[in-house]
Design a protein around this ligand. Structure first.
Ligand SMILES: NC(=O)c1ccc[n+]([C@@H]2O[C@H](COP(=O)([O-])OP(=O)(O)OC[C@H]3O[C@@H](n4cnc5c(N)ncnc54)[C@H](OP(=O)(O)O)[C@@H]3O)[C@@H](O)[C@H]2O)c1
Length: 306
């Protein structure tokens, strides 16, 4: 595994992180094996959210930490708050504080390294968020803060009031779902791909040392599921397979290598619950796709380039 220092922090993180959204249905033993595999591979970053499995993901992970308290010192834990299932969004101070307390309890830890605001809240009062951040930081419950699915201006608004830097923006990104890359490449063209749907979030994050954490990196969409071996993405699968053969790895590994090849130094959050898949995917760190391979993969997902 390769590591780097997360900009605006003193955290040294693995290039690939493990997302824990899908572990809620797994037994403690299964998650124990997954976490041990991750740590053995050198993955030290684990992504959570209060809502994953209605809290069950954090709970089962916390059970693993109860069995293996020695794991905690090897881990950087990140969780998120702000989505209230069925009701939508809540960035109120009261809600943020309550969420973190509940997450810490479920995770069996007294602090998380990073807290993210999960998805923008139209009623967000940035002053109130800043107060919540300050209370959490002062109490030693959260070391760093960030956001997920936020536009540059939403981040600027939060930054205006927060004493603490926002170090992460977690965003959906894959070869197939590459909205933040498409608009830049198709700049000033008439086609729909030229539309800037995110306020230039990719360049904004790079300019401001905010690390992008791609999520759902092998998913086409919620409805379609993964694009790996999906009949609607035959051309892409053919190109992935060809490149995978060259590097003696699997297709999902190439999909992650495609993200790592981007010079923005993104940290993909991979969501597998399978130790075997995780081992395969972690090989992506060793691969440096050529410029041509990167563009071949982009074009194979049926996106136009001027
Ligand atoms: N911030 C946000 O709004 C947001 C939204 C969604 C997710 N996330 C975060 O991002 C993480 C990743 O999201 P995701 O789970 O949708 O991402 P993903 O890594 O694209 O998808 C993982 C899913 O693909 C399956 N899969 C099928 N074949 C696979 C293969 N050969 N290798 C690996 N996986 C394969 C996995 O099954 P197996 O388990 O059987 O491998 C798993 O169900 C989540 O855990 C969460 O932490 C954040």
């Amino acid at each position: 595994m390769e590591y780097y220092k997360l900009p605006q922090s003193d955290l040294t993180v693995s290039k690939i992180a493990l997302g824990c959204m899908r572990i809620s249905g797994k037994s403690v033993e299964e998650v124990e094996e997954l976490v041990k595999t991750a740590l053995d591979l050198g993955i030290n970053f684990f992504d959570h959210a209060d809502i994953y499995g209605g809290g069950k993901s954090e709970e089962v992970f916390g059970e693993v930490l109860k069995r293996h308290p020695e794991y905690r010192a090897k881990m950087i834990l990140q969780t998120k708050c702000g989505i209230v299932p069925g009701k939508r969004y809540d960035f109120s101070k009261e809600h943020i504080l309550q969420c973190v307390n509940d997450s810490l309890k479920r995770l069996n830890t007294d602090h998380v390294e990073i807290l993210l605001l999960h998805r923008p809240d139209a009623l967000c009062d940035p002053q109130e968020v800043a107060e919540a951040f300050d209370e959490l930081y002062q109490a030693g419950k959260v070391k760093y803060f960030g956001v997920s699915n936020h536009t540059p201006l939403q981040i600027e608004l939060l930054k205006k009031y927060s004493k603490y830097p926002l170090i992460i923006n977690q965003l959906q990104l894959s070869i197939v779902h590459s909205v933040m890359i498409d608009s830049g490449l198709n700049m000033n063209m008439k086609e729909a791909f030229a539309q800037d749907k995110d306020g230039g979030v990719l360049d904004y994050c790079r300019l401001n040392d905010i690390t992008i954490q791609p999520w759902s990196s092998i998913q086409a969409s919620w409805a379609e599921g993964t694009f790996i071996d999906h009949p609607d993405y035959q051309k892409l699968n053919d190109v992935m397979q060809e490149i995978a053969n060259k590097y003696h790895v699997t297709k999902p590994t190439i999909a992650i290598a495609w993200l790592l090849r981007h010079p923005a130094k993104m940290q993909p959050i991979v969501g597998t619950t399978s130790p075997i898949h995780l081992k395969e995917i972690s090989e992506a760190c060793k691969i440096q796709l050529t410029r041509q391979e990167w563009y071949d993969l982009y074009l194979a997902s049926d996106k136009p380039l001027p």
